[in-house]
Design a protein around this ligand. Sequence first.
Ligand code: TMP
Length: 202
Amino acid sequence: MRSAKFITFEGVDGAGKSTHLEWFADTLRKRGIDLLVTREPGGTLLGERLREILLNQPMHAETEAMLMFAARREHVEQVIRPALQCGTWVISDRFSDASFAYQGGGRGVPLAKLEQLEQWVHGDLQPHLTLLFDIPIEIARQRLSNNVSLDRFEQERGEFFERVRQAYLARVARNPQRFAVIHAEKTLPEVQKALAKIVATL
Ligand code: TMP
């Protein structure tokens, strides 16, 4: 495998990560880096069908966790690994940290079960870098309130998102070398300045 990097973007709904992802990807492309932008759940034909179900259909928390990882299995095998093997960088809007945060922290699925799924689905493949867009939940909720329609996750209560946020921060504490934490409540130029610093290190 050449030096292609696998970078993931994470954060609670309403943190603004998808907007920042576009800017980050454009900045890397302008530097001549060949890269692919993808997302989870999704990124493959089957993954996008599972996304539709996951975002709309009520289900048991463990079913939800297993479907997230099933979609991820396709994504890793069909998209992520092949791209990295060709030297193409991959930026994914969410990956396994989201399962630990949402299904683990938010829904209470035991971490040991999620770790087994993670090991099974992509044991030897981990992101080189994960950008966590951290934001106080009240601000994220305010931003979401402008959306006309909210999916099954976005409709959750504030306490759910507080648990998701804390679970993300616990992931950072366990893997500090992999994460960069971005204060997503800051203004767009301030966030872009922080992102530009990260691009410079890559
Ligand atoms: P998105 O809105 O960032 O595209 O993500 C869709 C939703 O899916 C978001 O509310 C978080 C949720 N999600 C999980 O609960 N677990 C996961 O493993 C992933 C990838 C996403």
